[in-house]
Write a protein that binds this ligand. Structure first.
Ligand code: UTP
Length: 474
């Protein structure tokens, strides 16, 4: 499209301000701005302005006919141990057949942590200061060794962190993974708008663009060719997890088995909510479909509802761990009226420029960013299931610099897990009342990544090392 045509289209859509400084830009700057503007779907922005930005009052989430989602409970909490064993066998078969790939969404901005760099490069382990990416890489390597089939790993980045992420893997020799099996691709971007619906400029020659949310992963998988590559490689199942959670069992045979046995297109793990006010999404059932209702959308009275035995009625908390069928991702990516993921509105402080072209650093929210959430795909999935997991074995994200879900809480949760494994294998470990070991220890996923694999290696050690600070098992 010519520059003239592009500018005419933006003017016709009431977005001519995007080119306000066009005359003062040099040829490169013009090309850059035109390329960014070309990414914008004007009709989509118009629709989002109408439905999300100008919308006044009311409109909250639809809570009609909501009920708690059915959940497959852990054997320890009343689930059927034989069913879990069967799921595991099925999942292991799929892994041995090379049908499963790992999928990490790492395109977020990580503003709460305030770390300068891609979040996956953040040092997270207590002793070796391994990065989040290294922890996942070792878990994925370990799974490949165990099932005799190295796994493909897809990593979704953003425009802002793509080059740095690739560089980090190259510098670290892909942490021992086959580099031909690690695939990076960028997610899409969305323009931010002011409260008047006008697309904001970040500088005279660039738009205020931000990643389109983890829900953008489905179309990014498609656009990047990742789904075609998976097909060519015989991979039909994606194990989806977020970049901020080193405790996650990236490759979980039981979860994969449950997903396959149900013929599910997208499955989820849940943890029991720790307390009614906990800020997590809730797995619910609505019109026969699994949906996630965010804590901000569920009235507190509902969040506090209890069953006859006193347990919370809406107890299934979402932790953003899914298994996704490849062709389901393709269907969602193709979109269309019936299967479009909705956008959500996020009011943010957006760095922009004023009418004179001077930089503005707002003190309070001055506009809206648009994001899609991956869990909004659940109601479109056939036979969607939810299984329970133990929080201590699957979920301890690094979200904030301090306090809850911080590097400190995450380090401690990792050490508690290793202390449990050591104890289960018969070692004597001194811990406090919360299970935190007194000594700072670390276990590589290549030594063991669950109680069973850990015990096997531990029992084979002779003599056993002393459990003291600095002990690293690899
Ligand atoms: P969060 O919701 O925690 O957002 O992302 P964030 O951007 O990382 O952090 P804050 O809110 O700015 O502090 C959860 C997961 O989804 C990924 C993140 O990388 C993380 O793994 N994500 C989020 C994307 O991949 N793309 C996005 O556009 C948003």
């Amino acid at each position: 499209m010519s520059y003239e045509q592009l500018i005419t289209n933006f003017r016709a859509a009431g977005q001519g301000q995007v080119f306000a400084f066009w005359d003062s830009l040099d040829a490169n700057e013009r090309a850059e701005l035109a390329a960014q503007a070309g990414e914008v779907e004007l009709a989509e922005v118009e629709r989002l302005n109408r439905t999300l930005v100008f919308k006044t009052g009311g409109g909250g989430a639809n809570l009609d006919g909501l009920a708690p989602a059915p959940v497959t409970r852990l054997p320890a909490n009343g689930g059927d141990a034989a069913q879990w064993a069967k799921a595991r066998t099925l999942g292991e078969q799929a892994l041995r057949a090379g049908r499963v790939a790992a999928f990490t969404v790492a395109g977020g901005q990580g503003t709460r942590l305030g770390y300068d760099g891609p979040k996956g490069t953040f040092a997270v382990t207590p002793l070796k200061q391994k990065s989040l990416f290294q922890v996942f890489a070792e878990k994925i390597r370990a799974a490949g060794q165990r099932y005799g089939k190295p796994l493909h790993w897809f990593i979704m980045t953003s425009h802002a962190n793509h080059a740095q992420t690739e560089g980090f893997f190259a510098e670290n020799k892909f942490f021992g993974l086959d580099r031909g099996r690690v695939h990076f691709f960028r997610q899409g971007r969305m323009p931010a708008v002011g409260y008047d619906g006008k697309i904001l400029l970040e500088t005279r020659g660039s738009l205020a663009l931000s990643p389109d949310g983890h829900g953008g992963s489905l179309r990014a998988l498609h656009r990047s060719g990742a789904l075609d590559l998976m097909k060519a490689e015989g991979v039909d199942t994606l194990s989806y997890f977020q970049v901020d959670n080193p405790l996650v069992r990236c490759i979980d045979a039981e979860f994969i088995g449950f997903h396959l046995a149900a013929g599910s297109e997208m499955s989820s793990k849940m943890v029991l909510k720790a307390y009614p006010e906990e800020k997590v999404g809730h797995f619910c059932l609505q019109d026969g479909k699994i949906v996630v209702v965010e804590y901000s959308d569920m009235p507190m009275s509902m969040q506090k509802e209890t069953n006859a035995d006193g347990s919370l009625r809406y107890a299934a908390g979402s932790i953003a761990i899914h298994v996704i069928d490849r062709e389901f991702a393709r269907r969602m990516a193709a979109g269309g009226e019936d299967v479009a993921l909705p956008f959500h509105r996020a009011d943010k402080k957006i760095a922009t420029i004023d009418a004179a072209g001077k930089a503005v650093k707002p003190e309070k929210a001055n506009g809206v960013k648009f994001e899609m959430f991956v869990f909004d795909a659940l109601p479109f999935a056939k036979n969607s299931i939810v299984i329970e997991t133990a929080r201590a074995d699957d979920f301890s994200p690094v979200k904030n610099a301090e306090g809850v879900d911080s590097p400190k809480t995450c380090r401690e949760d990792q050490m508690r897990q290793w202390a449990r494994w050591l104890k289960a294998a018969g070692a004597t470990v001194e811990t406090d009342a919360t299970g935190l070991p007194k000594a700072t220890v670390e276990v590589s996923p290549l030594f063991g990544y669950d109680p069973e694999t850990f015990a096997r290696r531990w029992n084979a050690l002779a003599p056993k090392p002393a459990i003291a600070s600095g002990l690293y098992l690899e």
